[in-house]
Design a protein around this ligand. Structure first.
Ligand code: PEP
Length: 257
């Protein structure tokens, strides 16, 4: 796998105008980058149509932060896969730990969403991660294997080729997150790769495994150097175009060496 996936979920942080401004800057930067870097952004729903117009003639892939699994129905406040596909999205993020924590999403829900995204030719970006109690009880691997098994239940070898996984330990995410050691991330990613190959012997080795959780300018290179890390899912460091530009330029140099 020679691609390096680098993307960001903006969460609930940018207005439409702010999002367009950011995307215009990122488009210029993207032109200078090695084609092996697959860039993606995940704005809020309200900005997707406008930002699609910005990204349509660029290499930046566009995704949504969540969706329902049904095509249509009486689900006030929800957005369907059919609606997102109409915008022409490349991917949809599913199962972020904040969705699990605040909106009670579980692996069974995420599995329905994964199948629905695939039906509409959008790549599911499935987020998994253990919490601090699970880590301290040394059951991280069991938890992660269970999340993968349920979230990807019923997928065929052909379908799984379109899936991306983001490993985001809950204790490492956000303002109060503690950045993980790169060796720990490396071990977990190798375990995830082995689990995926057990589940999908033909294509399990092709599934991009992204790392996310307090990725910053100091730690991103040690993470990306881990054998089974195929990309980074970046929050706060990528919301600011200045720091994201430094990260992308340094990554570019690193990949060219
Ligand atoms: C996240 O919440 O998914 C995330 C990666 O955020 P941060 O990089 O800000 O920890």
């Amino acid at each position: 796998m020679n691609k390096v996936w680098i993307g960001t979920n903006w969460k609930m942080t940018k207005t439409i105008a702010e999002g367009i401004f950011y995307t215009e800057e990122l488009k210029q930067l993207a032109n200078e980058l090695n084609p092996t870097i697959e860039l993606f952004i995940i704005p809020s729903y309200t900005a997707l149509v406008d930002i699609k117009k910005e990204t349509v003639d660029s290499r930046i892939k566009l995704g949504a932060q969540n969706m329902h699994w049904e095509d249509a129905g009486a689900y006030t406040g929800e957005i369907s896969p059919k609606m997102l596909a109409e915008i022409g999205l490349d991917l949809v993020e599913l199962g972020h730990s904040e969705r699990r924590q605040y909106y009670n999403e579980n692996d069974e829900d995420i599995n329905k969403k994964v199948l629905a995204a695939l039906k509409y030719d959008m790549k599911p970006l499935v987020c998994i991660g253990e919490n601090i109690e699970q880590k301290n009880n040394e059951i991280s691997q069991e938890i992660l294997a269970a999340q993968l098994k349920v979230c990807l239940k019923g997928l065929t070898e052909d379908q799984v080729k379109h899936v991306l996984i983001a490993y985001e330990p809950v204790w490492a995410i956000g303002e109060n997150g503690i950045p993980a050691d790169s060796e720990y991330v490396g071990e977990i990613h190798t375990f995830l790769r082995e689990t995926l190959v057990d589940m999908f012997p033909k294509n399990g080795h092709e599934i991009p495994l992204l790392y996310g959780g307090s990725v910053n300018l100091e730690n991103f290179l040690p993470y990306i150097d881990q054998k089974d890390v195929n990309g980074l899912f970046v929050g706060r460091t990528a919301w600011n175009m200045e720091t994201f530009t430094v990260l992308l330029h340094e990554l570019e140099k690193h990949l060219n060496n």
